[in-house]
Design a protein around this ligand. Sequence first.
Ligand code: MEV
Length: 432
Amino acid sequence: MSATISGFSKLSKSEKIDWIVSHYLSNSETAKHTIIQYFNSDSELQQLHDEFIENTISNYYLPFGVAPNFVINNTIYAIPMAIEESSVVAAASNAGKFWMARGGFKAEVLSTTKIGQVHFMYPGDFEDLKQYFDTIKPKLITDTKAITANMEKRGGGILDIELRTRTEDLNHYYQLHATFETLDAMGANFINSCLEQFAKTFKAEAEEHLNAPIEIVMSILSNYVPDCLVRAEVSCKVEALEDKGISGQVFAEKFVRAVNIAEVEPHRAVTHNKGIMNGIDAVVLATGNDFRAVEAGVHAYAVKNGKYTSLTHAKIEDGIFTFWMEIPLALGTVGGLTGLHPLVKVALEILGNPSAKELMKIVAVAGLAQNFAALRSLTTTGIQEGHMKMHLMNILNQFNATNEEKEFIVNHFKNNTVTHSAVVSEIEKIRQ
Ligand code: MEV
């Protein structure tokens, strides 16, 4: 079953659903029912969601959970998380509680500079170009005044524009490499608008100053923001790590070794960092930020020295265990979805309506906590014990277990190892 169509976006929502159901879905009545089941009964809220994107036919829900008991720089937070993976919120909550009893998390914003580039080709003489750039640079900035006025009033704006030569990597390739301070906004629209204006001004005056043509290829922000950095850390006396019959020293040493492995072995580093992103993405998503931008930027940072490595680090020094991470995070708490999506507003309020800098700290802590929880399980019980306990509910739901069946089986597995087949066999047993 497949089909093509022109003018799909012009169809009404119900026409779109009918078209997709009749051309792509075998059990059309059930499929249509499922699609409609996810509509919101509040028509204004539904319309809001419909209008976030083009061609909306339904809503796609993710669980919205909260990990309480996070102490960050001596302030207590409950951290909202939007994520489907069963063990993530539980792991974050455990790590939050674990560190609450040991002084909490420390976090610090190291820098907040964002980057955008106008990429252009120029086959002429470099000295001419350099001279032209120096002449036009003040006008590049003044021509964006209409765009930057508000941001400047609040203390942000364009920080600098540099001419960068990239001709060694690609013939005739240069950039206007610009840096920005966008305060509480993620800044994508602001940066892109400034860049497009730079490109216009730069091109418009080029002919009278240069003997060779400028070809503007594109103007776009960079999601690689190594100068928009936040650091999160936990530390405590090694003895204080003693837990569940494992001495603090044994735990700390094994934990540090696990981090060292991720530092030297890219296969492990990717999974290790994926665990960090479990925490980061969940908070980024819950607070209406762009998790794809964050993912792209964070992984680029993990390979900044030419080899993909762990984002977190750990050490034992003078009897003190320290575990930390520095990551780039371009986040916003104004603009974009933050003022539009009702649940995002709730998430931000749960966090005390943070500034972008505060949100950077909270998100980094969620990532560090998630990594701590994963490594703690991996180096002690193994990950499957916790994972399978959380996955139990998914298996029960696959088998449409009733509430009584769920209660009985969850109770049974409090003292038994959860495996898919063991759960299935328990379900079969009680259904006989
Ligand atoms: C699973 O989503 C994340 C982990 O694999 C992370 C890790 O291995 O560190 C548990």
